[in-house]
Design a binder for this molecule. Structure first.
Ligand code: PLP
Length: 363
């Protein structure tokens, strides 16, 4: 049986985490390591913790449960808004959650009180990216209600940018979040512990020293796993971009015309693809497809190889420029972007091989 597989170099994850944590520490920012792109992989979480993150954050309770079951002993943060139907599990599984709905906070409050626990919350503010969060003018009244709830401790405000609307963090929206923090502190005569304003899109702003001092928390995934900031997807200095590699096996190796032959309709996914006229080319069919990867998110490690497209179970690549040739049974290596990595980690057909100090930990 052949199968594609993904390797993760845990030493590189640890190294990247240490680089990001070090940078953030210089600017008074604590880092939660985000494991969701690896589906909450326990070895990845452990590597991030060795690299110095002070908490593990994930968007799915199932992932957090898996991490807990694997014995990863840390502070857990739930990134996706808790479901009203799942408040009891949230209180049982995580120390802190991100929130924007009063009915959910009331549910968390009841669940926490029943368990005689304090559940910590960060109130999310939408600074314009139009994903989760209260609109800024709703925050103060919301906070009045939130602060009155038993079993809930409001740690502070949070914001998430560059995920839905593509709005990047800048000095203006960061200042707005800090002003809101001050307004809440004045109105309710309290001190908020946390302003969790950033993800991997905020690294340039952090490094430039352009953040208000009150911003003291970031939730970082992509920059640790893939070594890139996420505004321009530029490699982040001091991090490795090749911690994750996809390997797929050549199933067929043939010379074929570069353009389809015959009357043309839609492909398997409803598109009519275009191919350049390049004459007869050497093409390889690999054992990975759209079910396992985002075809636009993978890049052959060998720059002479070109991805032509994919169906659900095949990847088609042009290997005509590889002078030594490619044979059936060869394995080709690919870099992955966030979207391709997410899909590969989620695919049950892609095996995962995690390495520490050159030794495979199984999988
Ligand atoms: C995914 C996510 C993050 C991490 O984003 P990266 O770009 O991977 O650093 C941070 N915060 C929230 C709320 C998220 O959903």
């Amino acid at each position: 049986m052949t199968y594609p597989y993904l390797t993760i170099d845990l030493d590189k994850i640890e190294h990247n985490a240490r680089a990001i944590v070090g940078l953030c520490a210089q600017h008074g920012i604590e880092v939660a390591g985000v494991t969701k792109v690896t589906c909450g992989n326990p070895d990845v979480a452990a590597a991030m913790l060795r690299g110095g993150v002070t908490a593990i954050a994930d968007s799915r309770l199932e992932n957090i449960q898996r991490l807990r079951d694997a014995g990863i002993d840390t502070r857990y943060m739930l990134l996706r808004l808790p479901p009203l139907s799942g408040v009891a599990q949230v209180v049982a599984s995580v120390a802190v959650s991100l929130n924007s709905e009063l009915p959910v906070l009331r549910g968390l409050s009841q669940a926490a009180t029943r368990r005689q626990r304090i559940h910590e919350v960060i109130v999310m503010v939408d600074l314009g990216d139009l994903r989760e969060g209260l609109w800024p003018d709703e925050v103060v009244p919301f906070m009045g209600d939130a602060l009155a709830l038993d079993g809930i401790r409001v740690l502070g405000l949070g914001a998430n940018l560059a995920c839905f609307g593509g709005v990047v963090p800048d000095e203006n929206n960061m200042r707005r979040l800090v002003e809101l923090t001050h307004e809440i502190e004045r109105t309710f005569k309290i001190q908020l512990a946390c302003v969790s304003a950033l993800n991997s899109s905020g690294l340039a702003l952090i490094a430039a020293g352009a953040l208000p001092a009150r911003v003291n928390h970031a939730r970082i995934g992509e920059a640790i796993v893939l070594g890139r900031e996420t505004v321009h997807r530029k490699p982040w200095p001091g991090t490795d971009q090749d911690a994750c590699t996809l390997y797929a096996e050549v199933l067929e190796m043939k010379a074929k015309p570069s353009q389809p032959v015959g009357t043309r309709g839609e492909d398997a996914f409803g598109h009519v693809p275009e191919f350049a006229a390049r004459g007869l080319r050497q093409r390889a069919l690999l054992n990975v497809g759209r079910e396992d990867i985002d075809v636009h998110g993978i890049t052959p490690r060998d720059p002479r190889i070109e991805v032509l497209g994919a169906s659900s179970g095949y990847l088609v690549v042009d290997v005509g420029d590889v002078a030594a040739g490619v044979r059936v049974g060869d394995e080709l290596a690919f870099d992955l972007n966030y979207s391709a990595l997410l899909r590969a980690m989620t695919s049950v057909y892609v095996k995962k091989r995690l390495f520490r100090a050159g030794v495979c930990l199984g999988g």
